[in-house]
Structure formats: structure tokens, C-alpha cells
Design a protein around this ligand. Structure first.
Ligand SMILES: [Zn+2]
Length: 351
């Protein structure tokens, strides 16, 4: 447990559901986990008891990535944990591979609809057909323009051209649109959609006031700070400002809301956690501003400033996106200016 986590409370203790098993969090609300082949080795998914068009069944929230292990775990859940009832719909919080990966298989398997924001649906379709934003030549050129010129790192980014499509080979052909402020009736309970930006294009969290539950997706995680990155598809974007503004949408929720995050364990302490995230980024922004005040700096220069631990090549590529996000937040706020050098690299200095 890190220092920040000591401000949070894990009411379910240390127990997590084994792959293929579920834990009941409230009547008709079940928690399950699927393995991920990354340092972040699991994703939490949710089953909500539902009734659609007169048929009893389940709503799934988020899917896991496309691979045989995840499909096998789902089959075990279907056989043992659905009380013989069908899956009626698949809700996806956002377009990242661990969330939408198996949506195509789940919706085919149960002949049901995918529910997702329009922006993330379309972003997922584009990404599953291309290398945009997640590796390949354009990513390599983009990171190089921010100072990542180490040949091994550039080669690694360039080679990762199948990163997204490998985990999301297909996206369902049709979907139902989720929008901020919509209320879904899921099994007689009202779940309100809360859009969030900066982590994914249009992430949807789900809040059920009467159950006192928030499915926070990746917007609020208990242990790690949510990845907020600039990608080559939108090279001048300011995702950190979007993310920090989006977090304020959770301020009005009850302080004792049980938060169901996509990674880590269900927790209470929502307001403490969003405050920690604001503080974390305020500190990083101050560090970046100070470094750029001393001399013009590019994003790769700032990796040791932002990340105290040693990064491997894989982590470096994610860290670059985060470093650019911090520079862009200060640039868009008018605190830094940027200039491209003769080497084509953007350097930022005090405005
Ligand atoms: Zn995500």
C-alpha cells in the first residue's frame, strides 16, 4: 500500500475474484477479473443483473482483450455465474484494448448490442484498421519530434504497428450511443452516464446513486494515476486539462460512494483520490515549468524529471505521451512557449 492508498478504504479487503469467478458487491452487481499480458496484469469487469424487452439476463460492463485465455474465462463465467440467463447487452467504458477488445465476440456470442460513446466507437474502429496513435511510423516520427531519438526506442515504436489491432481485431458493426447525462435503467436501477476526457476521447463512467456505486472505468483508479497522453493523431492536444476538468464531475457524488475501478480493488474515498490526482499533476506541472524555466527542454529531456524510476523501452513510449501532455498543459495555459529547432524537435521554454 502506498502513502496515497492509506487515505482510501478497501471494504472488501484483499480478496479478488479468481479468473472465471465472481464476487457479489450488491444485489445483482458482480465483480470479475480477466488477465492482461502487461505489467498491469488484470482488468476488472462488471456484471449487472438486467431486464431488456421483457427478458431477464445480464449487462456486461467492459470485455477484456481478444485472446483465447479471456474467451475461456468468459465461457466459465457464462456456464457458472449467470444463473442460466443470457447476456443482454455489452457496455464499454472506452476504446482501449482491455475494455473493448472482446466486444465483437461477446456481442456475436449473445446476439446483443454494444453500448458505448460515439467518439470511442469510431476511434476504436479507426484504430482497429490502422496503426494510428498506438505505434508505427507516424508514432515514431511524432515521438522523434519531441526528442525521442534513441535508435532502439524509435525502432521499438516503429515495430509496434499492430499494437491495437492485435488486441482489438474487430469492432461490432453497430452500436447504441451513450452520452453524458443519459440515465440507463439496468435491472430497475438508474445508472447515469458521466463523460470524461483526457484518458480516452469520450470515456463513460456509470453512477448509480441509489446503489451508491460508481463504475469509474480508468478515470479514477486507486493505486496508479490514469494514463494521460498526447498521441500522433492529435499532436497539439491538451489532454491533461481535459482530464483534470473531467475529474470535477465526480465532486458532487456522495463521499462514501463505492468506486469500482478498472484496475485495483473497489474502494471508498473518491474525493480523497481525485484530490490526490489534482495534487499529483500540479506537482508534476511545477517540476516541468521549473525545468523549462532553467533552459528550453523537450519531452524526452523531462522523462527523468517526471519519472523517478528507471524506464524500460516499453514504459518509455508511454512516458513520452505523458511528458508531452504536461508540456502541452503549460503551453496551452500560456505558461510555456514552444519552438522547433533546426533538428525538428519541439523545445519548450518560459513564455
Ligand atoms: Zn484506458
Amino acid at each position: 500500500m502506498n502513502a496515497n492508498e492509506s487515505e482510501l478504504h478497501y471494504p472488501l479487503g484483499e480478496s479478488v475474484p479468481a479468473t472465471g469467478a465472481t464476487v457479489e458487491l450488491a444485489p445483482g452487481v458482480r465483480w470479475l477479473q480477466m488477465p492482461l499480458p502487461f505489467a498491469l496484469d488484470h482488468i476488472n469487469l462488471w456484471l449487472l443483473r438486467d431486464r431488456q424487452d421483457g427478458v431477464d439476463g445480464w449487462t456486461i460492463v467492459d470485455c477484456g482483450i481478444t485472446n483465447d485465455a479471456t474467451r475461456a474465462a468468459w465461457e466459465q463465467v457464462f456456464a457458472e455465474r449467470l444463473e442460466g440467463l443470457p447476456v443482454l447487452r455489452v457496455i464499454v467504458t472506452h476504446m482501449h484494448p482491455d475494455h473493448i477488445g472482446l466486444a465483437h465476440w461477446l456481442t456475436d456470442r449473445w446476439n446483443c448490442r454494444l453500448w458505448i460513446s460515439a467518439t470511442d466507437y469510431n476511434a476504436a474502429r479507426i484504430a482497429s484498421h490502422s496503426t494510428t496513435g498506438f505505434g508505427g511510423e507516424r508514432s515514431a516520427a511524432f515521438f522523434a519530434s519531441h526528442g525521442l531519438t534513441d535508435p532502439a526506442a524509435v525502432a521499438k515504436v516503429r515495430a509496434r504497428s499492430n499494437y491495437y489491432a492485435g488486441m482489438v481485431p474487430r469492432v461490432p458493426d453497430a452500436y447504441r450511443r451513450l452520452m453524458d447525462g443519459m440515465t440507463l435503467d439496468i435491472g430497475g436501477h438508474a445508472w447515469r452516464c458521466i463523460a470524461g476526457h483526457g484518458h480516452a476521447p469520450e470515456h463513460i463512467a456509470l453512477h448509480a446513486p441509489r446503489l451508491n456505486l460508481l463504475i469509474s472505468g480508468d478515470m479514477v483508479l486507486p493505486r496508479i494515476s490514469t494514463n494521460v497522453s498526447v498521441y500522433d493523431l492529435e499532436p497539439e492536444s491538451d489532454p491533461l486539462a481535459l482530464f483534470l476538468t473531467s475529474l470535477k464531475r465526480f465532486d458532487s457524488l456522495a463521499a462514501d460512494t463505492l468506486v469500482l475501478p478498472s484496475h485495483g480493488k473497489p474502494f471508498t474515498g473518491l474525493h480523497a483520490r481525485t484530490r490526490q490526482l489534482h495534487e499529483h499533476h500540479a506537482e508534476r506541472l511545477a517540476d516541468v515549468a521549473a525545468a523549462c524555466a532553467a533552459e528550453p527542454r523537450h519531452a524526452a529531456d523531462l522523462l527523468p524529471v517526471l519519472f523517478k524510476r528507471k524506464l524500460d523501452l516499453h514504459q518509455t513510449t508511454f512516458a513520452m505521451g505523458e511528458s508531452i501532455a504536461h508540456l502541452h498543459a503549460l503551453w496551452h495555459a500560456g505558461k510555456l512557449q514552444r519552438r522547433a529547432g533546426d533538428d525538428g524537435i519541439w523545445r519548450f521554454s518560459a513564455a
